[in-house]
Design a protein around this ligand. Structure first.
Ligand code: FDA
Length: 303
């Protein structure tokens, strides 16, 4: 896809007014293919179905542009509600969170307190919390918060993005942390990030291999069959234990591959976003993959 198209959708994803209005529209433009529902109760059924097929899940209660403490506290309460439901229904599932949704842009220590409350509940139920990585302007703060949280809690990890030059350096400090490896979904400048897909893919493979030979658990999060195929060979050649990693993909993407990898005996986890704040998430998915535009057109003109 041209950079122009990608920038267009990333621009839309950052548009506060559209994000705010979309909450009132309900799912539109085909977003329901990628966003599993609006509330935890309905999403729990989706998780149960996937669990029956040997797939675990990570839930993301969508939310962006949080600037009021009240909204961050509501997001924190929702996270706790999700953890309680996971525990009550014995779901094979954990939770992914975004620090900006929990108040990072308001006050870092306020965000930290929210995270600690969530982690205390997760710890009680023996559940893992993953901190999604957002754009580069939040990168260092996210690592700082993670470091402080890990002084008290070990059930927390984060995401590394192979498009960033500095990921390789940060790996040493994160070598004991459970991590999700992704390519990176935001528009970053050439000062901090590779712009060429070949460089991003090469770095992804290098980092994945390094992690697979290390001790900590890694979630290999990509829909890229070429990368998955190369890593499967690497895993076999190096006798990497299947307990040390999982493959992850987003809900609604490449379902055949998701079930196929689980059937082959790999640990597989589906990332399931839900909630009314779907617009920014959906626009980032359109930025990544123009074919998703077909869904938008179908939904707009044929229904
Ligand atoms: P990419 O888009 O590079 O595609 C590579 C190739 O794979 C394509 O050319 C095509 O051949 C094939 N392909 C891809 N999708 C396909 C499809 N649907 N159908 C058929 N073929 C397809 N980002 C971030 O910055 N912070 C985060 O916290 C996260 N979290 C996260 C969790 C999970 C579980 C995933 C899968 C991804 C993220 N991401 C993320 C997003 C990530 O950074 C990245 O933008 C997307 O995964 C797109 O890159 P891919 O590696 O999937 O393939």
């Amino acid at each position: 896809m041209s950079n122009l198209t990608k920038n267009f959708f990333i621009g839309l994803s950052n548009n506060r007014i559209l994000n705010e209005n979309a909450k009132k529209w309900g799912f539109r433009l085909g977003a329901d293919k990628f966003v599993a529902g609006t509330n935890m109760e309905s999403v729990a059924d989706t998780v149960k179905e996937l669990n029956k097929q040997g797939i675990c899940c990570t839930l993301d209660h969508l939310g962006e542009f949080v600037t009021e403490k009240k909204e961050a506290l509501e997001a924190k309460d929702e996270c706790i509600h999700i953890l309680e439901k996971i525990h009550e229904d014995s779901l094979d599932c954990h939770l992914s969170v975004k620090l900006t949704q929990l108040g990072l842009d308001i006050d870092q220590s306020f965000c930290m307190e929210n995270m600690k409350e969530i982690l205390a509940v997760a710890d009680r139920y023996d559940l893992f919390i993953n901190i999604d990585m957002e754009d580069y302007s939040h990168y260092q703060q996210t690592l700082d918060v993670l470091k402080q949280l890990r002084e008290e809690y070990k059930n927390v990890g984060t995401v590394i993005q192979s498009y960033l030059f500095r990921t390789q350096e940060d790996l040493e400090e994160l070598k004991d942390v459970r991590l999700r490896l992704v390519k990176g979904a935001y528009k970053e400048s050439a000062d901090v990030a590779y712009q060429d897909k070949r460089d991003i893919d090469k770095n992804f493979l290098n980092i994945a291999k390094q992690r697979l030979l290390g001790d900590a658990f890694t979630s290999i999060a990509t829909h890229d069959h070429m990368i998955i195929s190369e890593l499967k060979d690497f895993i076999k050649e190096n006798n990497v234990s299947k307990d040390k990693f999982e493959f992850q993909m987003l809900y609604g993407f490449r379902n055949d591959m998701q079930f196929g990898l689980a059937e082959e005996g790999y640990n597989f986890c589906t990332y399931i976003p839900f909630g009314t704040d779907w617009f920014g998430y959906f626009m980032r998915r359109l930025a990544e993959r123009p074919q998703n535009m077909n869904l938008v057109l179908k939904d707009t003109f044929y229904t």
